[in-house]
Design a protein around this ligand. Structure first.
Ligand code: C2O
Ligand code: CU
Length: 470
């Protein structure tokens, strides 16, 4: 580098240099580090994409192909795949043909508060026969999903969920872009959905775990591909409670996005724990040399009870080596290395106790959510634009995937030990007796939910509100 005479230094540089002499408080610095990680506001390009979505009971060949009575969006489970491009405005004209009220929540999407789909908080519930139009311009490209926020432990379990894909302005040139929705089903001896929800057993343990595991609604899902392809595989865990650790064997995929957002750099899949609500975008390369064969994908969350998820069946070859474009995972993700030096803004202790309408209730700081219609004051108020550290203390032996609406956060530590995940999340799994710390900067004013995504725990009290002052 050429040395420049001091007189030639730009004025702005001098100001920055002067400001740097006075130490900047870590929280201020960390809020500043967020800049450029993801946009603060949406930029609408004027294109409106309209979809009609209705929820109604249906009978569909699901699981192993026998007819299953479900509740479905547009007569399908998973529901319709809504695909738009970043900059476009999504308009969903929703009609409820269920026998009970419902709403649609857009999980992971940074929506205006009024579009968040939380009954009695951001909108009235949509009664049977009623309609509601959701309209927003996503700020982020990525893999998102939608599901009801009314009696979710039953409505989601009955089949109400779908994927929203927001494509990049210039999508990376994968050979194909595939969505796999993972779910499990608890079927009774008549091979229908076991109709008792929120049982004491589910509440005392890790929620409702099914006896069938499906990908895109079927136990026998096959992704037909060819050697030499490079596939973007979007995984969503739509289960009420089950956690997956997908294992692709020798394929060894790279993670390019978690919960919608690209990573700072691609990382090996490893033993990533895909908890309810989480999404993973994988970069899967099929070597050209793969002769025709079937590659099983297996869940190994519990090593002693692996579950077959699906098969990638390779038939033939593209005749070319796999495309070699650069990974899209090169996002700006703040390191927030000073995160643990700032005391927690709030500590939230999670535990269960006897009581409530199910006999057992789950609590944040000894408060059980009394239902959306009776929600009290927010448990926590934060200022827009300020850096916040939250600590969650799991006083129970159970699993709790913690989910925040309307915000991405970074996991800072588990049990006080710093972790360096090169990505944001909207849901993080807490293990038995674990303490976690997360860092975040709220950008959108309103009242937002924070809850366990084991839907039985949420239903039995493990939900609360936080407010972001605008
Ligand atoms: Cu999938 Cu309240 O969330
Ligand atoms: Cu929980």
């Amino acid at each position: 580098m050429n040395a420049r005479p001091a007189a030639a230094l730009p004025f702005a540089f001098l100001i920055a240099a002067t400001a740097a002499c006075k130490p900047e408080p870590p929280a201020t610095r960390m809020a500043r580090e967020l800049r450029g990680a993801y946009p603060e506001v949406a930029t609408a390009n004027g294109v409106v994409r309209t979809f009609d979505v209705e929820a109604r009971p249906a009978e569909l060949p699901l699981v192993d192909g026998a007819n299953l009575r479900v509740w479905a969006y547009n007569g399908r489970v998973p529901g319709p795949e809504l695909r738009i491009r970043i900059g476009e405005t999504l308009r969903v004209r929703f009609t409820n043909h269920l026998p009970e009220a419902t709403t649609i929540h857009w999980h992971g999407v940074r929506v205006p508060n009024a579009m968040d789909g939380v009954p009695h908080v951001t909108q009235p519930p949509v009664e049977p026969g009623g309609t509601f139009t959701y309209e927003f311009t996503p700020k982020d490209a990525g893999t998102f999903w939608f599901h009801p926020h009314v009696r979710s432990s039953e409505q989601v379990e009955r089949g109400l969920y779908g994927v929203l894909v927001v494509e990049d302005a210039a999508p990376p040139p994968y050979s194909r872009d595939v969505v796999w929705v993972l779910d499990d089903w608890l079927l009774d001896e008549t091979h229908q959905i076991f109709a008792q929800f929120n049982t004491p057993h589910d509440l005392m343990h890790d929620g409702r775990w099914g006896n069938f595991v499906t990908v895109n609604g079927r136990t026998s899902t096959v992704l037909a591909a060819r050697g030499g392809e490079r596939i973007r595989l979007r995984l969503l865990n739509a289960s009420n409670a089950r956690i997956y650790a997908p294992d692709f064997g020798a394929l060894d995929p790279r993670i390019i996005a978690v919960d919608g957002l690209y990573l700072a750099r691609p990382i090996p899949l490893g033993r990533f724990e895909l908890a309810p609500g989480n999404r993973l975008d994988l970069d899967v390369t099929l070597p050209a040399s793969l002769a025709s064969r079937s590659l099983p994908v297996v869940d190994r969350f519990y090593a002693d009870t692996p579950h077959h998820l699906a098969d990638i069946v390779v038939d033939g070859d593209t005749g070319r080596p796999p495309p070699t474009f650069a990974s899209p995972a090169h996002a700006r993700v703040p390191v927030w290395s000073a995160g643990l030096t700032v005391p927690p803004t709030k500590e939230l202790r999670i535990d269960a106790r006897r009581g409530g309408s199910y006999g057992i209730e789950w609590t944040f700081n000894d408060q059980a959510f009394a239902g959306h219609e009776h929600h009290g004051a927010p448990m926590l108020t934060m200022d827009r634009g300020g850096w916040v550290r939250l600590r969650f203390v799991n006083a129970s032996f159970r699993l709790h995937p913690i989910h925040l609406h309307g915000i991405f956060f970074r996991l800072l530590a588990r049990n006080g030990v710093a972790v360096d995940e090169p990505f944001f999340r909207d849901t993080v799994l807490m293990h038995s007796k674990e303490t976690i710390d997360i860092g975040l900067v709220p950008l959108d004013a309103g009242q937002w939910m924070m809850h366990c995504h084991i839907l039985e725990h949420a239903e039995a009290g493990m939900m609360t509100l936080f407010e972001v002052r605008g």
